[in-house]
Design a protein around this ligand. Structure first.
Ligand SMILES: *[C@@H]1O[C@H](CO)[C@@H](O)[C@H](O)[C@H]1NC(C)=O
Ligand SMILES: *[C@@H]1O[C@H](CO)[C@@H](O)[C@H](O)[C@H]1NC(C)=O
Ligand SMILES: *[C@@H]1O[C@H](CO)[C@@H](O)[C@H](O)[C@H]1NC(C)=O
Ligand SMILES: *[C@@H]1O[C@H](CO)[C@@H](O)[C@H](O)[C@H]1NC(C)=O
Length: 260
């Protein structure tokens, strides 16, 4: 599928670039970033702290944004012994994706240009979209599925669950499909099988949702509760930078049922 951004909207958006960079360091700290929200999401432990507490530090920065695009990054150093558990998922979440329904899905065009400007040898991480689906629009009302799209993984990071299928030529790439559970939520993961970084991703997300409905038994009446894009870190040191992220949501123009 092809898509384009209306030039007028882009030109208008470009006039209101927010250029003051802002950093966050707290475990659950978030900051507004144009049409997105940037959060650190350090993984909570079973007590009142977080998993890597006392063993590392992470700082995420919103560099600049418009209502449709954002530049952001995250810097971390986790000196942990346990590389099996997730320490953080710094990400940007689109403020407009919540509540979209799979049976009336607009075009959702994602552009994501990212890069590790530095990384330690032992760094273990993945770069992914994390999408929550449910029967109702609000995520805090419970989710039925968590869908991830892994664009990159390094240091032995591996999707949860079992490998279920190989998918050829979906959104211009091949994928391994993994399926598992996380509590009562079913987890479905599209993983880039080559393990080579998809660092300039520019695709219509609709292909993934079509696959989920047609081939993975996801109910067509499901709602998208959130679309986040970020990096999941298990351990090590790295500097991750997103030079451009946009999630462009657009309903097709209304067309009369009868020619006029
Ligand atoms: C990735 O980061 C390195 C180091 O900062 C830089 O030299 C390179 O141009 C970047 N690549 C892209 C595609 O942004
Ligand atoms: C939450 O879920 C319940 C049960 O499915 C439903 O009755 C209620 O309307 C939902 N609330 C919202 C805000 O979606
Ligand atoms: C893939 O997952 C579906 C649903 O969980 C299951 O019915 C099917 O047997 C799985 N196939 C393979 C090859 O694992
Ligand atoms: C499992 O679900 C919890 C609670 O919704 C979430 O915070 C966590 O990130 C999920 N884990 C994975 C590996 O997706």
């Amino acid at each position: 599928m092809t898509w384009y951004m209306p030039t007028l909207t882009v030109a208008l958006a470009a006039c209101i670039v927010i250029a003051s960079s802002q950093s966050i360091q707290g475990a659950d700290e978030c900051t507004s970033a144009g049409g997105y929200t940037l959060c650190q999401n350090l993984a909570e432990d079973s007590g009142s702290g977080f998993v890597g507490e006392g063993q590392g530090i992470q700082m995420s920065t919103h560099f600049r944004s418009t209502p449709s695009s954002v530049e952001w990054g995250t810097d971390y150093e986790w000196k942990v012994e346990d590389f099996t558990t997730v320490k953080s998922f710094a990400n940007v979440e689109s403020n407009d994706a919540a509540g979209l329904r799979l049976d009336n899905l607009p075009t959702i065009a994602a552009t994501w240009n990212w890069n590790y400007s530095s990384r330690a040898e032992n760094m273990k991480s993945a770069v992914l979209f994390d999408i929550w689906l449910g029967h109702t629009p609000e995520r805090n009302n419970g989710s039925s599925h968590e869908v991830q799209i892994w664009l990159s993984f390094t240091g032995g990071a591996k999707p949860i669950g079992e490998r279920n299928a190989t998918i050829y030529d979906l959104a211009e790439h091949d994928w391994e499909l993994w399926r598992g559970t996380n509590g009562t939520t079913e987890v479905i993961i599209f993983s880039n099988p080559e393990g080579e970084d998809l660092s300039t991703f520019n695709e219509d997300m609709g292909s993934f949702f079509e696959y989920l409905v047609d081939k993975a038994d996801i109910p067509k009446a499901s709602c998208i509760q959130s679309i986040q894009a970020g990096t999941m870190v298990f351990g090590g040191r790295g500097t991750f930078h997103t030079s451009l992220y946009t999630l462009w949501i657009e309903y097709p123009d209304f067309e009369p049922a009868f020619p006029v």
